[in-house]
Design a protein around this ligand. Structure first.
Ligand SMILES: [Zn+2]
Ligand SMILES: [Zn+2]
Length: 385
């Protein structure tokens, strides 16, 4: 009896506060089963807005396919239990169920158990989502309040407010700052001048090192074995931009996913990177120049003669080397470290890399944690950094 009264009250409140939009269920978009779940103790204090940094979608079939690719990437590359987001919003204005209201997600580091992540499918750096999608996001958040899943005094934030990322894209971020519940915060991102000054000093001492390194590479720098694209089963690129070396930079990356220690596992990872870069990002090919496995194997990505997609604004003046794994708290294997050093020495020998090249971590050039703090601290001790 009480239940019926409560249900009627909730229904009336729902009509008053905001009717819940129809949600495309996991089975409707073809979700895989999660490998584990953690119960969310709602109501949540935060609603976080994300974008998927992928192509957009405007119908059920396309949105479902893109969302399945997100799930595959989160589970297979990041090693997560499920797709990270709580809900996803398609350009068709439909809301797709991710982890839903009752499971802790993986979308906003340190805040997953106190907030839900709402991800717009697409890339909204320079444009807004469709009006239908923007309305759908407001509706699903309002619905969460109605259902008691989100606190009525919730705080709305963009992913970038909570961590080092461009998400949800500058244009969308500026839009949500105009929405109710979005508390403005001053976020200062300018690099400390002292740090910059010390980098300049390190760069000039790297010039002195360069002559020594060139000589060492001539003696020891026989080129390591490289697993060619055909040998790991690469797809053909959609397009190629020729790179006229020698380049000035060598950039170190990590894949931010699981590690691998044998040919079969590493090769499967490399293929999944290529699929993700081509199908989800819409790039012409795998982004990295080379990929390094935990067993010290080197996979040819775009290779020496092609511009990559690894380090924004620096792709035509440097090569990107991606270590398979997550190196925030430990460094890659000795074999993997040796592999990249041999590879760079080889690049110098072949005239693909300038003898006085500069080594950098991805995070030196942009807003990312890549290649992981532990590994980043290590490469700062290497020659040419
Ligand atoms: Zn995000
Ligand atoms: Zn990177």
């Amino acid at each position: 009896m009480f239940r019926i009264v409560t249900a009627l009250l909730a229904l009336q409140l729902g009509l008053a506060l905001g009717a819940c939009p129809t949600v495309v269920t996991r089975s409707q978009w073809g979700a895989r089963a999660p490998t584990g779940t953690t119960t969310f103790h709602n109501p949540a204090h935060y609603a976080f807005i994300h974008h998927g940094e992928s192509g957009e979608c405007h119908d059920r079939a396309t949105c479902s396919a893109v969302i399945r690719s997100y799930q595959n990437y989160h589970m297979d590359n990041n090693g997560w239990a499920d797709i990270g987001y709580s809900f996803l919003i398609g350009g068709d204005g439909a809301v797709y169920e991710g982890r839903g209201w009752d499971k802790v997600g993986a979308h906003t580091q340190n805040y997953n158990s106190v907030g839900y992540g709402f991800c717009f499918v697409g890339n909204f750096m320079n444009k807004l989502p469709t009006a239908a999608a923007l309305q759908a996001a407001k509706d699903i958040i309002g619905c969460g309040v109605t259902l008691g899943k989100i606190q009525s005094a919730y705080v709305l934030r963009g992913h970038r407010d909570m961590g080092s990322t461009d998400c949800p894209g500058t244009t969308l971020y500026n839009q949500i700052k105009t929405w109710p519940h979005c508390i403005k915060e001053s976020s200062s991102r300018s690099a400390p001048p002292l740090e910059y000054l010390s980098r300049v000093l390190i760069m000039s001492s790297a010039l002195v090192f360069a002559f020594v390194c060139l000589q060492v590479s001539l003696v020891f720098g026989a080129c390591p074995h490289i697993i060619k694209r055909a040998d790991w089963g690469a797809r053909a690129p959609h397009g190629v931009t020729h790179l006229a070396g020698p380049v000035h930079y060598s950039f170190i990356h990590h894949s931010a996913g699981a590690e691998c220690h044998d040919r079969a596992t590493c090769q499967a990872q490399v293929k999944s990177f290529q699929n993700y870069h081509m199908d989800t990002h819409g790039w012409s090919d795998i982004g990295y120049t080379f990929v390094i496995g935990g067993d010290g194997s080197i996979f040819e990505g775009r290779g020496w003669n092609v511009v990559g997609a690894h380090t924004l604004n620096y792709n035509s003046v440097g090569y990107g080397y991606c270590f398979i794994g997550t190196f925030t708290s430990h460094v890659p294997t000795a074999a993997a470290q040796k592999a990249v050093k041999d590879l760079i020495a080889c690049g110098v020998e072949l005239g693909k890399i300038q003898a006085n090249y500069v080594l950098r971590g991805h995070r030196d050039m942009g807003s990312t944690e890549c290649p992981g703090t532990a590994f980043y601290n290590l490469i700062k001790t290497w020659p040419h950094y």
